[in-house]
Ligand binder design. Sequence first.
Ligand SMILES: NC(=O)c1ccc[n+]([C@@H]2O[C@H](COP(=O)([O-])OP(=O)(O)OC[C@H]3O[C@@H](n4cnc5c(N)ncnc54)[C@H](OP(=O)(O)O)[C@@H]3O)[C@@H](O)[C@H]2O)c1
Length: 215
Amino acid sequence: MVTSLDGAVAAGGRGSQGLSTPADRELFRSVRRAADVVLVGAGTARDENYRGVRPRRPGPDGADPGPPPPVAVVTGSAALDPAAPLFTDTTTAPIVLTTAAAPAARRAALAAAGAEVVALADLAPGTLLAELGRRGLREVLCEGGPTLLGALVAADAIDELRLTLVPVLAGGPAGRIAGGPDAVPLRRMELVGQLAAPDGTLLLHYRRATRPPNE
Ligand SMILES: NC(=O)c1ccc[n+]([C@@H]2O[C@H](COP(=O)([O-])OP(=O)(O)OC[C@H]3O[C@@H](n4cnc5c(N)ncnc54)[C@H](OP(=O)(O)O)[C@@H]3O)[C@@H](O)[C@H]2O)c1
């Protein structure tokens, strides 16, 4: 996730891309390389015009890096455009995680566009992660947005956070990286890596804390 110094997650009408810097984009690509699946909320997929993950380059030894991870989109409405790059500009079939309450015609249109459409009992984080795990997709990279990330925080399902702090003040109405209707207990994280880029971008890497507080 990327944020301005004053906590905005979107800027300039371009979502996170209005904030991102070269160092953030480099990190974004490298984290994607290690993921089994990219999990994203439908709001972000729509606003940021998501497309499939680009094929990975062979390693220095020429080893085949395998196919790129699929993008799995969480949507209650299944209101995604079958002509969007998510379906047309990808080498790996996207996964649409929805429920049987989503209109059947929309689900059928997304399946016809090449997606694997999965009607789950609900879209609670535990259900989503269990479904991905069932497919052998255990290294889950959630790229937001705030609604989905907030649900994962509430479910205490975040093991790591890559947070990019961009040296700008954005003001305005943009929200923060995770939101939700209800207060949740604080989830303690510990800093395990940090890098300052020459332009002042701060790349922060946190993991779920293992030490008790105040130690
Ligand atoms: N700064 C960053 O790093 C960053 C990262 C990602 C996104 N963003 C920005 O965040 C904004 C989008 O925010 P958002 O909160 O709308 O994003 P979001 O979480 O990507 O999308 C919310 C939508 O996703 C579906 N959804 C997500 N979680 C769900 C759940 N647990 N249960 C049911 N449905 C769920 C619903 O889709 P349906 O409406 O289809 O039912 C919901 O309306 C954009 O401006 C984007 O650019 C910023």
